[in-house]
Design a binder for this molecule. Structure first.
Ligand code: ATP
Ligand code: MG
Length: 893
């Protein structure tokens, strides 16, 4: 049974049993500041489970896209762990409970294929339950008919579910399928989790847990007022069972990627004939890593994540690098993403059609990242080669742990690559030293994470306010001033009755004109005043949907709960904000007009006078392109295009051609902002000017790279743009005055000055060289007799260049008598270093006085050349005299 069919049957089964089908939330966990990605189907429903919000339905079902980063190291080594997977769930909010949940799961899994079920053999299913959950055992045994020897009791760590912190918890019951003796030893899930494959977890959320360790060792402190059901069936695991394959990487959604990789590399997948994942050949594991990670990367970029060095972007980068690396280890060293990613897209777009329509953008990130990583590999290889050469030169056999760590840490060079490549060159690697450094680094990271954890964003106070007082009456689009009532004052996340002068607190008003930071637009600035209150607004956020929270500093008087106040946005600020935000849309449209539709915005930020926009593009913009974008933008402003706002559903907006951006979750009704009709249509909740001319001048002030395949443009808008241009003008005026030119002639004059400077420098160098060589005869005449050899030991004037030093030495030698052994030695200092050139005449060479030997004697073995001329250097400048002495000394010897 294909995965798509499993999905269809699952949703249909629960829909026909009264569940509302809820679409998957995007992979990035936008609503929960404590999570990077959604790791389970229940996450989007958390506020309902916690009683912080009330759902419109009491039964729901979904197929949720999930990412579990902790499982990354298991991929390919077990049969059942993907970084990306889909969790099919059914949920009850205070409606049905244990008995019905177990029945549903059993009926769907064992129901015949003809009747819409999944057709698993009930005789091979095992269930685990929490230690003392006799109720669940009774249901499994007496009602479902599962024999007692296939019901296993397990402890808190395995079968008591919680979110790891005080809050709801409850026993769970997991369903396992026995895949038979080929897959491992008898004895149930406790003996072998590969043979007995967990495919569904039913959580009976009925208790409250207290403080304590995340998984095991905490106390259950009470009962929830309402009992809930949360279940998760792993779609990939079910697919593996129903498709009769050994593991989740061989299912219809992933296997084609493996096959393509096998075709590319010419290596066979399935080297090991065993069904047990733990007995896999390393090549097979690599293939599975490729299949899994390529698909995960596709899904992540599809949901708006872009490669970067931190947070979500880093997870993506790591997945891509591991996949690319695995491809290389299988012997293919050309770019592989252009071959593999389309295969993943073909498989996944049945369920997620946007992957196909958005593929150009998705693939440009993926291909750009691969290109960049291949370069890293190349660069790292040079560093590694140098390190290997150095190690060998010092007679070492082991590459230091520090070097391996540096390669890993600075160049993103995986350790196994370092190992392999060092080995190719006959060196081992100090792995222990490497691991010590890695552990230290990890501990630092852990300490950082722990430090952040104490700032664990607790949203409960906000949820409570929202529950009690309802959503904020938000007037940002209509007015800059409202009469409001203080309905909440929060200090450090806790409600307080009042705040005094000097305090910084969070204030919730029943009504507000303030724009809360979102969609890249900075929060409004302004004030909140009352009869005896003056508070300055520092920041405005919406920590939970529909609740606007102002961070304020009380400057005078007291801010008291329930007081009537006036909330006023600074009009200058807001005007600047509107200009900057509309300016951002204009620049985005101009980019797309000039560069084409793939130059899609991936992030933006704007505040009064300033905007920046990140977009996908591979190359640096040329000066001409920059000017063109700037010109298109300013023309659109000059044309005074009308700015219109419309509300519609998301599908309508997409049909309308509106550009939806990532990093945002959109409600059912979306707001479309257009400038000049179809020229610029974006989903946007920001505040805008009403005609484009109000944006005022717009000046591009910068263009730079922000990670591979991503560029950033920055611009000044409105008064700031004017000021920027005025500053540039003043600068030109100053330069003109300084060089005594007319403004129009500045460039020509500067060029002329530079040329003259260059000519003068060249002239000076010539003169110096002449002056020096003019003294060659004098230096030769002053040569001293050292044994049988005439030695002219000379210190050249400071700053004499390398070529001139050599010339001087040759000229002095020319002036020494030919019929007598003669040596010219010239040292010069430049840039804090001393160098030496030695020239020996024929007679000297005939006496076995070698220039090269003399240089080597002076520089303890370093330097190069031949018997006639030789040179070397690199020693500190204050050793110049010693070099000459050493040469003389060597001649005597
Ligand atoms: P395991 O112990 O096998 O890692 P789990 O106990 O972590 O599984 P749950 O948190 O109970 O799994 O998740 C519910 C279901 O989601 C599991 O029964 C399984 O079918 C599926 N699942 C969990 N993690 C993964 C994963 N990394 N890849 C694929 N499916 C998964
Ligand atoms: Mg797990």
């Amino acid at each position: 049974m294909e995965t798509a069919e499993i999905q269809r049957r699952f949703l249909k089964f629960f829909e026909s049993n009264g569940h509302t089908v809820v679409p998957s939330a995007p992979l990035p966990a936008f609503e929960d500041p404590n999570l990077l990605f959604v790791p389970a189907g229940m996450v989007p429903f958390v506020p309902y489970f916690l009683g912080q919000a009330t759902p419109e339905w009491n039964r729901a079902t979904s197929v949720q896209k999930c990412i579990r980063t902790p499982d990354i190291d298991e991929v390919g080594k077990t049969s059942r762990h993907g970084t990306f997977f889909q969790m099919n769930g059914n949920f009850s909010f205070g409606d049905y409970f244990k008995e019905q949940a177990i029945r549903f799961a059993w009926d769907l899994t064992t129901g015949s294929v003809e009747s819409g079920g999944l057709g698993l053999d009930g005789d091979r299913i095992w269930a685990t339950v929490y230690l003392d959950d006799d109720e669940a055992i009774d249901i499994w045994h007496k009602q479902v008919g599962l024999p007692l020897d296939r019901i296993v009791r397990r402890g808190q760590a395995d079968n008591m579910w919680s979110m790891g912190i005080p809050g709801p918890c409850g026993p769970c019951s997991e369903l396992y399928y026995d895949r038979g003796p080929d897959y491992g030893p008898e004895g149930g899930p406790e003996v072998d989790e590969d043979r007995y494959l967990e495919f569904w977890n039913l959580v009976f959320m009925q208790n409250i847990r207290g403080d304590g360790p995340a998984k095991e060792g905490y106390k259950v402190t009470g009962d929830l007022p309402k009992k809930n059901i949360d279940t998760g069936m792993g779609m990939e695991r079910m697919a593996a069972l129903l498709q009769g394959v050994d593991n989740m990487y061989e299912t219809d959604q992933v296997r084609p990627i493996i096959d393509k990789a096998s075709e590319l590399t010419g290596k066979r997948y399935g080297v090991s004939t065993s069904h047990t994942a733990s007995e896999s050949h390393p090549d097979d594991i690599r293939f599975r890593v490729i299949g899994d990670h390529v698909r995960s990367s596709l899904m992540l970029i599809g949901d708006g994540v872009v490669p970067s060095n931190e947070g979500r972007g880093y997870v993506l980068r790591r997945l891509m690098r591991r996949a690319i690396r695995a491809v290389r280890l299988l012997g293919y060293d050309k770019p592989a993403m252009p071959e593999l990613l389309p295969v993943a897209m073909e498989r996944m777009s049945t369920a997620y059609p946007e992957l196909r329509t958005d593929f150009e953008r998705i693939s440009s990130y993926a291909y750009g990242e691969e290109e960049a990583f291949l370069k890293t590999l190349k660069h790292g290889t040079t560093i590694l080669d140098t390190a290997v050469t150095e190690t060998k030169a010092e007679g070492g056999k082991t590459l230091s742990g520090t070097k391996a760590f540096e390669l890993h840490d600075t160049y993103g060079f995986p350790i196994d690559l370092t190992l392999e490549m060092a080995e190719e060159q006959g060196l081992s690697v100090d792995q222990e030293g490497f691991r010590t450094l890695m552990t230290e680094q990890r501990q630092r990271a852990k300490a950082d994470a722990a430090a952040r954890k104490t700032g664990h964003a607790d949203l409960s106070a906000y949820w409570q306010l929202l529950q009690e007082q309802g959503p904020t009456d938000w007037k940002a689009y209509e007015t800059l001033e409202t009469e409001s009532r203080v309905i909440g004052v929060l200090k450090d996340g806790r409600s307080v009755p009042l705040a005094k002068a000097g305090d910084i607190v969070e204030v919730v008003l029943d009504r507000t004109p303030f724009y809360a930071e979102s969609g890249g637009q900075h929060a409004d600035a302004g004030k909140i005043v009352g009869p005896s209150l003056f508070a300055e607004v520092l920041d405005v956020q919406r920590p939970v949907k529909k609740l606007v929270v102002h961070k304020v500093r009380v400057l005078e008087g007291e801010l008291v709960l329930d007081d009537k106040v006036e909330a006023t946005v600074d009009p200058e600020w807001r005007l600047g904000a509107r200009q900057a935000h509309s300016g951002t849309h204009v620049v985005h449209a101009a980019l797309r007009e000039v560069l084409g539709p793939t130059a899609l915005q991936s992030g933006s930020f704007n505040r009064p006078g300033y905007l920046r926009l990140d977009f996908s593009w591979r190359a640096k913009l040329s000066d001409e392109t920059r000017s063109e974008i700037e010109e298109v933008s300013n023309r659109a402003i000059r044309d005074d295009l009308p700015v219109a706002v419309q509300y519609m559903t998301l599908p309508e907006a997409k049909d309308f051609g509106a550009v939806a951006l990532f990093g945002e979750t959109y409600d059912e009704t979306v707001r479309v902002v257009e400038i000049g009709g179809p020229w610029s249509r974006e989903l946007c909740g920001g505040t805008h000017v009403s005609h484009s001319a109000q944006i005022g001048p717009l000046v591009l002030t910068g263009e730079s790279s922000v990670g591979s395949g991503q560029r950033r443009v920055e611009a000044a808008t409105g008064m700031e743009a004017y000021k920027y241009l005025a500053r540039e003008r003043d600068l030109v005026t100053q330069i003109a005055e300084e060089i005594g030119a007319q403004r129009g002639d500045v460039l020509e004059r500067v060029r002329a000055i530079l040329q003259r400077t260059k000519d003068a420098e060249r002239e000076l160098a010539n003169l110096q060289a002449k002056a020096v060589s003019g003294r060659a005869a004098e230096f030769a005449a002053n040569a001293k007799q050292v044994g049988a050899v005439k030695v002219a030991a000379v210190q050249a004037p400071e700053g004499t260049k390398g070529g001139d030093v050599r010339n001087l030495a040759m000229q002095i030698r020319g002036h020494l008598p030919e019929d007598q052994p003669g040596v010219a030695a010239v040292v010069a200092t430049a840039g804090g270093k001393a160098s030496i050139v030695v020239a020996a005449n024929k007679a000297a060479q005939a006496q076995h006085v070698s220039a090269q030997a003399l240089v080597k004697a002076a520089l303890s073995g370093k330097g190069g050349g031949n018997d006639e001329v030789a040179q070397g250097g690199g020693v500190p400048a204050d050793q110049a005299a010693q070099l000459l002495a050493a040469v003389t000394g060597a001649i005597t010897a």
